[in-house]
Design a protein around this ligand. Structure first.
Ligand SMILES: Nc1ncnc2c1ncn2[C@@H]1O[C@H](COP(=O)(O)OP(=O)(O)O)[C@@H](O)[C@H]1O
Ligand SMILES: [Mg+2]
Length: 383
């Protein structure tokens, strides 16, 4: 049988020439193009999110109007226009949707065609929120390290005599309670031991806040850890409060210290349950997912990776705006019996895992805590 002549297949271009809009849409940087008439000609989705308006909403408005609330960006664009050949960069806050402020770095550069004809300007907006959060975490860790030296010394000084006092109180308790008709003494010594134990637990938390953590990191399934914690905490749930879970079963393991992560989850769940105490339609929702909205850059490029997120959302009273920035400060508490150590200790543990904790809340609107944990490239992914 005669074989058909072999035509070479038209070679597929390695990358479609008309795909640049998709390329721009895929970027984590906000890209704004300004034409020669000083109007906004293009916005990629990241820029639209940062500015809080879509291209359709902007409808070829001049940039001075679009960035009216951000004079420093107008200034950068104008300086680039005037220099006409060099880029200009700066950092500042951008006012996005709902008047939310975000820190960004802006770089404005002129665009030329092959004939060196000026076509317009490009403005690249880089969201600095996560870097700022990481920098704040690092600064807080520094403060804690300094505080740590003092606290560790003090805790050590208190621990030993406290153990002695506890021993003596226990002895007193057994002597007095064996004597007839000594119910009051029995109550007093029981209260003494209870308060000594409370102090002991406080010292333990203080040491955790500052002493180097010894983490035994292995691949663990966060759902198992969450379920174990929930099993115990469910017993303390007051009537009228419901706990719901939405776990994504395809999530990979994380490399973590099980006991420490359980402690973080317990702290967050306890805080929500305490906030919901007495609510008639209280709900706490625990959900897990891959963090697609989030690309954390920490450490060396080979350590950068993807994150999973564990969300704790309650419909309790929420957190007043003036308290939000203090939540992770040691000893900040609004509870009469609180220590104000749960969140700072949790933050420290999560930071040691290469993750972060974020919180969103409006007073009266419930609280939403998010724990981001890196997925180790070594643990592999399921599903
Ligand atoms: N889910 C929540 N709802 C409302 N407020 C919260 C919630 N979680 C934490 N908080 C606030 O954060 C403070 C600090 O929490 P934490 O560090 O755990 O210390 P503590 O629980 O001992 O007060 C609490 O006193 C409370 O005001
Ligand atoms: Mg707490």
């Amino acid at each position: 049988m005669a074989s058909r002549p072999q035509h070479p297949r038209p070679s597929q271009p390695p990358f479609p020439a008309n795909a640049w809009e998709h390329v721009l849409a895929s970027l984590e940087e906000g890209i704004v193009v300004i034409d020669r008439d000083q109007r906004i000609a293009f916005l990629n989705p990241t820029a639209a999110t940062l500015i809080g308006q879509s291209l359709a909403q902007i409808g070829q408005q001049p940039y001075s109007q679009v960035f009216a609330a951000n004079a420093w960006i107008v200034d950068i664009i104008e300086r680039t226009r005037n220099s006409s050949y060099s880029s200009t960069a700066g950092e500042g806050m951008i006012t996005g949707r709902l008047q939310r402020l975000k820190p960004v770095r802006a770089i404005c550069s002129p665009i030329f065609n092959d004939e060196v004809r000026f076509l317009g300007l490009s403005l690249v907006l880089h969201d600095l929120s996560y870097q700022k959060e990481l920098a704040e975490d690092a600064q807080r860790a520094d403060h804690l390290a300094q505080l740590g030296v003092v606290v560790a010394g003090l805790a050590h000084e208190i621990k030993n005599p406290l153990a002695g006092i506890r021993g003596a109180a226990q002895l007193l308790h057994s002597r007095l309670s064996s004597a007839p008709a000594n119910q009051t003494a029995d109550e007093y010594t029981t209260a003494m031991i209870r308060e000594i134990d409370r102090l002991g637990a406080l010292l333990e938390q203080l040491m955790q806040l500052t002493a180097p953590l010894r983490l035994d990191r292995r691949p663990i399934n966060v759902h198992k850890v969450l379920s174990d914690v929930l099993l115990l905490e469910r017993e303390t749930v007051s009537p009228g409060v419901e706990i719901r879970t939405h776990f994504d079963p395809s999530l990979p393991d994380v490399l973590g210290d099980e006991a420490s992560l359980a402690q973080v989850f317990r702290n967050l769940i306890k805080n929500s349950l305490q906030a919901l105490n007495g609510c008639s339609h209280g709900s706490l929702s625990l959900s897990t997912r891959m963090a697609t909205d989030f690309h954390l850059v920490r450490g060396e490029p080979e350590q950068r990776g993807r994150f999973l997120s564990i969300d704790f959302a309650d419909n309790g009273p929420g957190i007043a705006a003036e308290h939000l920035s203090q939540l992770f400060t040691p000893f900040f508490t609004t509870k009469s019996q609180g220590t104000g150590l749960g969140l700072p200790v949790s933050q420290r543990i999560i930071a040691q895992h290469g993750g972060i904790i974020r919180v969103e809340s409006e007073f009266g609107q419930g609280a939403h805590f998010q724990v981001y944990l890196p997925i180790s490239p070594h643990t592999g992914e399921r599903g």
